[in-house]
Design a protein around this ligand. Structure first.
Ligand code: SF4
Ligand code: MSK
Length: 626
């Protein structure tokens, strides 16, 4: 079918084109329509120079040389305002990831106490390894006893007043020493976030450099704290991912089955939904209503969580959430927290679809709220699945339009799985990097953003990197874009340069490795640490680079900050709201190099951005003498 220029300019994904046309036909508004209605976006906001931190304001700094105010009413300069605003974004992002980590720790605690409604400890080896890191006795103790001590110790990381956060000690010694000398080795996770809110209150910290350092400190508490806790304890509870095959894109929805989409971030709920959907009682109910089965699919990061542990197919990434409902084939979209558009209730209202909110922290207009509590997890999951199944009879077959597009993918490359694919040690990877068969490693992650053609930034950057023999690791919505484009298959090695292709073919792995959800960027940090330690260098010496080609969330700001703080050069595809502060911009894009050994670059063109990453990788290779 031929689509209008407008539709084609919004996405590179054919399934998305089809559903955008369908939305237009039905008069359903999407994020792209709302983005266009928002143009031109506020210039002060784009530059980061508006401040509402007190009620003498709002204040905004004129970007024009001659005219307009150059200071806020309190005297804050553009750089002070930009730095404070950036810090508050980091605080929100770090809080979101860390609260996710806290919820998983809570689930582990309940499970250890025998109060978890159906959870069990699936990876005992990881439990023991983590216990050893925390100095918890494992000899002759049950897994519940160990888990209880571990959950308590990890719970304490959030509220403790003095550091260090245990997992930060996984970083190479040189990195930790650098953090310590800069005063950015984080103490308790919550403490660093609170301190951002304090310092950015009117009349507290008014030194842009001092402010940015606190931002980096809180972000390290996210990457090496909250996010890493979320990853590690999810593995303990739900199993450490291993390579598994699946499919991705809207074509995974099924015309003759009850379709459930789990959307959001935390695996505690989605794991139980997956289990409840296999309950014979639920399957019998589905049959009773004329459905051939129950098809659970995913969206965004909770989609990644169940994809890598159960092969549950993702129906799409962030910008496809409204379009999935527009298929008219979704009985229930079950949401928890983060990246869930408040617009979903309106779209669901055009169909029989039930939008079911589950977290006491996140309620949505037009949603049915069935509150999820870990103590009664399976029972509540069954109730939610039952609601979806009973809704099947209200589906209007005439309204159903499911795109055919879907691609196969191979996912679930945790660090443990990568080491096992390499034969039990990192050496084959190190040898391939040393020989130049693989030039380096890139972490490409992050969201979608209607400011960039959907998936265009992701896919072109990935293809360009692998073509130039850079092995890619991916998480979040980039990972789902890669899955839809067939880049997570071993066969995609044919698109890679000769060196990378040879390595992938020999090991039977894809050139783009799916490492999980956004909190699983912590897996990338662990991998970088292991490589740096094996080579006896710091992470900032490695031929590695990071990128978020289509980022939009505050979590992505925190991620960017902790990746750079960890010593990894990072390219952003959408412009962060900092350009109104020349000193802050210079610090992030130049000065940071001399401070943490890495810096940011902003480049919306994915080909040019990939080249920046390759150039950086080549410089690091030269410095290492390889
Ligand atoms: Fe204006 Fe200063 Fe108040 Fe911000 S803190 S709103 S710049 S007076
Ligand atoms: S879900 S943070 S849109 S990657 Fe993690 Fe996707 Fe970005 Fe949310």
């Amino acid at each position: 079918m031929a689509y209008s220029e407008k539709i084609l300019s919004r996405s590179i994904d054919p399934a998305t084109h089809e559903m955008l046309a369908r939305a237009e036909e039905l008069g359903i508004e999407t994020a792209w329509d709302r983005y266009e209605a928002m143009l031109p976006q506020c210039g002060f906001g784009e530059l980061g120079v508006c401040c509402r931190n007190c009620n003498m304001g709002p204040c905004r700094i004129s970007p024009f040389e001659e005219e307009g105010p150059k200071k806020g009413i309190c005297g804050a300069t553009a750089d002070i305002i930009v730095a404070r605003n950036l810090l508050r974004m980091i605080a929100a992002g770090a809080a979101a990831h860390s609260d996710h980590g806290r919820d998983i720790a809570h689930t582990l605690l309940l499970t250890a106490e025998g109060k978890g409604g159906g959870y069990e400890i699936k990876d005992e080896a990881k439990l023991k390894a983590l216990a050893a890191e925390y100095g918890i006795e494992t000899e002759g103790r049950s897994k519940e006893q160990i888990a209880l001590d571990l959950a308590r110790a990890i719970y304490a990381e959030f509220g403790k007043q003095e550091g260090p956060i245990q997992f930060t000690r996984r970083a190479p010694q040189k990195r930790v020493a650098r953090w310590q000398s800069l005063g950015i080795d984080p103490r308790g996770i919550d403490r660093e976030i609170v301190e951002i809110m304090h310092r950015t209150h009117i009349g507290v910290d008014n030194d842009p450099v001092n402010l940015i350092l606190q931002g980096l400190k809180a972000s390290i508490a996210d990457g090496w704290g909250g996010s890493m806790i979320a990853t590690e304890l999810s593995d303990v509870l739900f199993g450490t991912p291993k390579p598994i095959k699946s499919e991705a894109n809207l074509g995974v929805l099924k015309e003759d089955q009850v379709n459930i989409i789990v959307h959001g971030h935390e695996p505690t709920l989605s794991e139980m939904i997956v289990a409840a959907a296999q309950d014979p009682e639920m399957l019998a109910l589905a049959k009773k209503y004329g459905a051939k089965g129950i098809n659970v699919t995913g969206m965004c990061c909770t989609g990644n969580e169940v994809l890598m542990r159960h092969g549950i197919p993702p129906a799409g990434n962030f910008l496809q959430q409204e379009l999935a409902i527009t298929t008219g084939a979704v009985e229930a979209m079950i949401v928890d927290v983060q990246c869930i558009m408040p617009a979903l209730g309106t779209v669901a209202g055009c169909f029989h679809t039930k939008l079911i909110s589950t977290s006491p922290k996140a309620k949505f207009p037009g949603a049915t709220h069935i509150e999820f509590h870990e103590e009664r997890a399976y029972e509540i999951a069954k109730e939610i699945v039952r609601t979806a199944v009973e809704n099947y009879r209200f589906r209007k077959p005439g309204q159903v339009r499911i795109p055919k597009e879907k691609s196969e993918c191979m996912v679930g490359f945790s660090v443990e799985a990568i080491v096992s694919a390499l034969g039990g040690t990192l050496n084959p990877l190190l040898e391939a990097v040393k020989s130049g068969a693989i030039k380096g490693i890139a972490g490409v992650v992050g969201c979608n953003n209607p400011k960039i053609q959907h998936d265009y930034g992701h896919i072109n950057m990935l293809k360009e990197l692998i073509k130039q023999d850079v092995l890619v690791v991916t998480t979040g919505c980039n990972a789902i874009a890669a899955a839809k484009a067939g880049l997570l298959l071993p066969e995609a090695a044919d698109l890679a340069g000769e060196g990378l292709k040879g390595v992938c073919k020999a090991l039977g792995i894809p050139p783009v490795l799916h490492m999980g959800s956004c909190v699983d960027i912590s897996r990338i940090l662990v991998a970088c640490s292991a490589i740096a330690n094996a080579l006896g260098v710091d992470i900032s010496d490695l031929p590695v680079a990071g990128a978020a080609p289509e980022w939009m969330s505050e979590k992505a700001v925190s991620i960017g900050a902790y990746v750079v703080s960890s010593g990894i050069f990072t390219v952003l595809g959408t412009v962060p709201p900092v350009l109104g502060g020349p000193e802050v911009t210079k610090l992030l894009t130049e000065g940071a190099e001399g401070v943490v050994g890495a810096k940011f670059a902003v480049e919306p063109d994915p080909f040019k951005a990939a080249q920046l990453m390759v150039d950086h990788i080549m410089e690091k290779r030269a410095a290492l003498g390889i």
